[in-house]
Design a protein around this ligand. Structure first.
Ligand SMILES: Cc1ncc(COP(=O)(O)O)c(C=O)c1O
Length: 265
């Protein structure tokens, strides 16, 4: 597989071909791609995967929980080319959308996709009520009573607009590039790769796994920073996921100084 953890179209092609040969071409197959992985923020090659889904008659779902909001940015939306070809897309606006949890969305091309959710219950959507145009939420969800999580999203979209959100996305992605630049200046740190979204994987040069775990734990328990961790083919890394659009270069320098201060030399 590619070193950044994305799906390799040639391997996907082989898997889908084998699956169809084994189970028959009428069996439903779902291909799930990720637009912004949890570990590195990498985006799968969506146009190629959409072609493969077409070719093998598979449904295509794209988990754009993390990267989906790049759509708000005129500069970054091209990274999601191919997204519109998915049968379903998930987005978490409690990640790069600045919403309180939970703000997960399932996007579909049109109401027909939701037909399997159609359900009739006299006390909720009697025929005459539906014919009279009274709204009901059956057909959009199996849950009849739920929190109106869409309200906060609607308020944010109304207040900031697509451009306002796009601006926040751009600032946060720029902060990640700045952090990568600071890390990429040897000799103190090693950078895993240039960030695609806002996740930056790095480690102090020569730090072993135990040291990385200890750095992370001290920064957390001392109340300085919450760093994640990720394991990739090149080993264990500290993971800084930037989500604050107001982060300044000085904040990032401070973070690196803190990591440095907790690294035994
Ligand atoms: C790519 C991706 N998909 C799905 C999820 C699950 O998110 P949640 O538990 O907020 O729904 C995450 C969380 O990090 C994620 O990064």
């Amino acid at each position: 597989p590619p070193p950044d953890g994305t799906l390799d179209p040639a391997t996907v092609h082989t898997c889908l071909a084998e699956l169809t040969a084994r189970t028959g071409s009428t069996n439903p197959v779902l291909l799930t791609a990720t637009a912004g992985t949890t570990d590195t923020g990498a985006i799968d090659p969506l146009p190629d995967l959409a072609d493969l889904a077409d070719h093998h008659r598979a449904r295509l779902h794209i988990d754009a929980s993390y990267g989906g909001p790049l759509l708000f940015s005129d500069t970054h939306r091209t990274a999601l080319s191919g997204l519109a070809r998915a049968h379903t897309v998930t987005l978490d606006l409690h990640k790069l959308g600045w919403q309180p949890v939970a703000a997960g969305l399932l996007a579909v091309p049109g109401p027909a996709t939701l037909a399997p959710l159609g359900h009739q219950a006299d006390y909720l959507n009697a025929d005459d009520d539906t014919e009279a145009g009274l709204p009901d939420l059956l057909g959009r969800s199996l849950r009849t009573t739920r929190r109106p999580d869409i309200l906060k999203i609607a308020v944010t979209l109304k207040a900031l607009g697509r451009q306002g959100l796009g601006d926040l996305v751009e600032r946060t992605l720029a902060a990640a590039q700045t952090l990568a630049d600071l890390i990429d200046a040897p000799p103190r740190y090693e950078l895993h790769s240039r960030p695609t979204l806002t996740t930056v994987l790095f480690r102090p040069t020569d730090a072993d796994d135990t040291t990385l775990a200890a750095i992370r734990r001290s920064l957390l328990t001392e109340g300085h920073a919450v760093l994640g961790r990720a394991t990739t083919p090149t080993g264990l890394w500290l993971k800084a996921t930037l989500l604050n659009p107001h982060t300044q270069p000085g904040d990032l320098t401070t973070l690196l100084k803190l990591v440095e201060g907790h690294t035994p030399r």
